[in-house]
Design a protein around this ligand. Structure first.
Ligand SMILES: Cc1cc2nc3c(=O)[nH]c(=O)nc-3n(C[C@H](O)[C@H](O)[C@H](O)COP(=O)(O)O)c2cc1C
Length: 205
């Protein structure tokens, strides 16, 4: 069977043996060629170096920011309301990302953090979005200090906010995070990648 790879656009062949294998396991036939599938495997291995635990319950504003960060760094994103905490034994930089709710980070996120065992070799970074765009990283930084986690910086931007009376007039910070903020988020993540992924692999080479 010949298919066109949805990633690189080249044709690739699924052999009779492979067809039988996928059918026996009731799996869908692959949509990407072997090379493109292989690339993914390599990047997953490297990308565990950056993990971001996030909470984004209001409008998905924080999720947009961390997804932009993942695009350029391949960071592993963990929605603490849905996902399990992964094995972080290869993690070099741990991001904590949240919307701000009545001046505070997401409550469940803080609960998860208080029970988390983090290696002292890990550095932490904070990502927040809020209606005002103010820096609300203090509580998370306090947690980092208590756990002796090094500081890898923080990223803050506005996020669309329809909480309380703001809803009556259509919300504040409409359109945020915007393109400019998402591109600044990417830049922040690129710098983390240079520090925690590229330099590490140079050391190991
Ligand atoms: C219950 C609630 C309380 C909020 N309190 C604040 C606040 O104290 N300060 C602020 O700047 N924004 C506040 N906001 C706005 C959110 O921080 C902002 O919309 C944020 O981007 C939400 O992120 P999310 O979409 O990832 O959940 C509040 C929003 C909600 C729903």
């Amino acid at each position: 069977m010949v298919r066109t790879c949805k990633e690189c656009g080249k044709e690739f062949v699924i052999t009779g043996g492979e067809i039988r294998f996928y059918k026996s396991k009731k799996l869908q036939f692959p949509r990407r060629c072997k090379q493109c599938r292989g690339k993914g495997k390599n990047s997953v291995k490297t990308n565990e170096a950056i993990v971001i635990l996030y909470a984004s319950s209001h409008h998905g504003n924080t999720q947009k920011v961390v997804e932009a960060m993942r695009e350029v760094s391949g960071a592993v994103l963990v929605d603490i309301h849905k996902d399990e905490i992964p094995d972080m034994s290869n993690t070099k930089a741990l991001g904590v990302a949240t919307g701000i709710y009545k001046g505070k980070p997401d409550e469940k996120l803080m609960q998860v953090l208080s029970g988390l065992n983090v290696s002292p070799a890990v550095d932490g970074f904070v990502v927040t979005t809020s209606g005002s765009g103010k820096d609300y990283s203090k509580i998370i930084r306090k947690w980092m200090n208590e756990k002796h986690i090094g500081d890898a910086g923080s990223f803050t931007c506005k996020g669309f906010d329809t909480f309380g009376i703001f809803k009556l007039f259509g919300g504040i910070a409409k359109g945020h995070p915007n393109e400019k903020e998402l591109s600044a988020a990417k830049q922040f993540a690129k710098e983390l990648t240079a520090k925690y992924i590229h330099r590490e692999s140079e050391k190991n080479a």
